[in-house]
Ligand binder design. Structure first.
Ligand code: GLC
Ligand code: MG
Length: 544
């Protein structure tokens, strides 16, 4: 790293709070800011360094708050701006940093700008904040191009002009209620610089930047013909997607970086960019751009020694070329929880959306591997993100009744894709309380499965061998051995590496593996066998 001074985010473990589902203070079934504030001490006690909160801004909630109607306020569902200030102050008092979500690719269709755009004429300044175009074909009846929405269906919707006649089309790479902004418009750029300052002035320590690879589109809005356009496709350099990962996005982040730097070196930007290969991703963390970028190739890598070793090696090497740290992650609010993803023996092509009637995961296998995966991740140099509930070993709710689903993916794909609700279920704090202690009532905006009792925090607290205690031990040891700022050296053919004085071994083999003579175990994701060997799907940290 070029930076000789150690900054908090170089090795921080950051806990993602999904406000809707973390803790409900008022019993309406929706998590809220006072609920979060009340539980910050539990996160301090878990041993994380920071929290990242998914959006809590005013929003019609068509995409769970990623459809923002006002970037400078709090939705009454979650509380008030005063509650946000209290949450930030309480976090800081506990030495926890706070990262908030910034959604710059699109606004809600309820945002004043979009309402004004609908009321104004084609070509007006109000329309030029978004991407309005005339349709193709006779009468402009066909969308301007064939782009598809990420949630299913076309990426264009036609509006009625103020006089009632069929009018122009607007682009939405996500839901129809999430119109894309036009980042070529200087007014859009100025607005977001101001939004950054608004939250920096309130004391936040950084921003997770939603869809960071999407803001700039190819000027010609060229059609794109690529058979496998899923997030994991790696299109060839000469056929790059015209809507993702355009060169122009980097200018935006360079400008944002100067704003953050003017507040000192401790305020950070973290990119949510679904970009492959890793060498394209590291362009977002060049020294004058963002600080971190989620390493999704790691999240999605196969559970084999070879795949893991390859992705870890590549991540560290590619990030080093730009002097960046690597930012590890295994779960978030958009993908299957890793305890479920790893409960399938075949590598899943799906990122989310398991439901009733689908092949179900092997829950025990998934949890065992998830614990091994997390213990491996927390031994790697760099920063790491945890998603609320993973410290309890929570599985995905894979049998949620379809009637309960709320993700726009489910509706836009007309039930073909079940969507992401399964990882967003309110989390259990107390086994025997209403809504498992999520709130004071039985209400919960998504149904909680009956198995939640056995995962509740109070059932695991202080219980040796529980997932909660495993996370606590790992976070404590990671800190005391400075693993986050360490250097990784591979030791042999199996997945085994050294980081400072700590040696780490994950056993992917069918048979148990012996530790070197004189090994002293620091922590292990499952008990060793009777002969002191490391069983299959187990990670161990040890010293010799
Ligand atoms: C990001 C968010 C996701 C949201 C989408 C549109 O991928 O993580 O939850 O639906 O952006 O804002
Ligand atoms: Mg509430």
């Amino acid at each position: 790293m070029p930076d000789t001074t150690r900054l908090w985010w170089h090795d921080a473990v950051i806990y993602q709070v999904y406000p809707r589902s973390f803790a409900d203070s008022d019993g309406d079934g929706m998590g809220d800011l006072p609920g979060i504030t009340a539980h910050l001490a539990d996160l301090r006690d878990l041993g994380v360094d920071a929290v990242w909160l998914s959006p809590f801004y005013p929003s019609p909630q068509h995409d769970a708050g990623y459809d923002v109607a006002d970037y400078r306020d709090v939705d009454p569902l979650f509380g008030t701006l005063g509650d946000a200030d209290k949450m930030i102050a309480e976090a800081h008092a506990l030495s926890l940093r706070v990262i908030v979500d910034l959604v710059p690719n699109h606004t809600s269709s309820e945002h004043v700008w979009f309402r004004a755009a609908l009321a104004a004429a084609p070509g007006s300044p109000e329309r030029q904040r978004y991407i309005f175009r005339d349709g193709r074909g006779p009468g402009g009846d066909e969308p301007p191009n064939g782009w598809r929405s990420t949630f299913g269906g076309p990426a264009w919707t036609r509006v009625s002009e103020p006089d009632g006649t069929p009018g122009q089309w607007y682009l939405h790479l996500f839901d129809v209620t999430q119109p894309d902004l036009d980042w070529d418009n200087p007014e859009v750029r100025a607005e977001f610089l101001d939004v950054l300052r608004f939250w920096l002035d309130r004391g936040v320590d950084g921003f997770r930047v939603d869809v960071a690879h999407g803001l700039v589109k190819d000027r010609d809005l060229a059609d794109w013909d690529y058979p496998d356009a899923g997030p994991w496709s790696v299109p060839p350099e000469d056929n790059r997607p015209p809507m993702w990962d355009q060169e122009g996005v980097h200018d935006i982040y360079r400008q944002w970086r100067t704003v953050l730097d003017s507040y000192g070196p401790d305020r950070i930007l973290v990119a949510e960019a679904w970009v492959q290969p890793i060498s394209r991703l590291t362009r977002y963390v060049r020294p004058d751009e963002m600080h971190q970028a989620f390493n999704f190739p790691y999240l999605f890598a196969g559970w084999t020694a070879a795949d893991q070793r390859k992705v870890i090696t590549q991540s560290l090497a590619d990030n080093a070329t730009v002097g960046a740290i690597t930012t590890w992650v295994l779960s978030n609010h958009d993908v299957l929880r890793h305890s479920t993803r790893l409960g399938y023996r075949e590598r899943l092509r799906k990122l989310s959306g398991i439901g009733v009637g689908d092949p179900q995961p092997d829950v025990a296998l998934g949890l065992r591997r998830a614990r091994a995966a997390t213990l491996q991740m927390l031994a790697l140099p760099g920063s790491a993100y945890l998603y609320q509930g993973e410290e309890l070993g929570l599985p995905e709710h894979t049998e949620m009744p379809d009637e309960a689903r709320q993700d726009p993916t489910w509706f836009r794909s007309e039930g073909v894709e079940r969507g992401r609700d399964g990882c967003r279920v309110p989390i259990p704090w107390e086994a025997d309380a209403p809504s498992y202690g999520f709130g004071p009532s039985d209400n919960s905006w998504l149904p909680q499965p009956a198995v939640w009792a056995e995962y509740a925090r109070d059932r695991q607290n202080g219980v040796p061998g529980s997932t909660l205690e495993l996370y606590r031990s790992a976070l404590r040891l990671r800190r005391s051995h400075s693993l986050g700022t360490g250097t990784l050296t591979w030791e042999d053919a199996a997945l085994s590496f050294r980081n400072g004085d700590v040696r780490v071994l994950t056993n992917f083999d069918e048979s148990p593996v012996a530790l070197p003579v004189g090994a002293s175990v620091l922590v292990s994701s499952e008990p060793l066998d009777a002969d002191g060997r490391v069983p299959t799907d187990v990670t161990v940290w040890f010293t010799t």
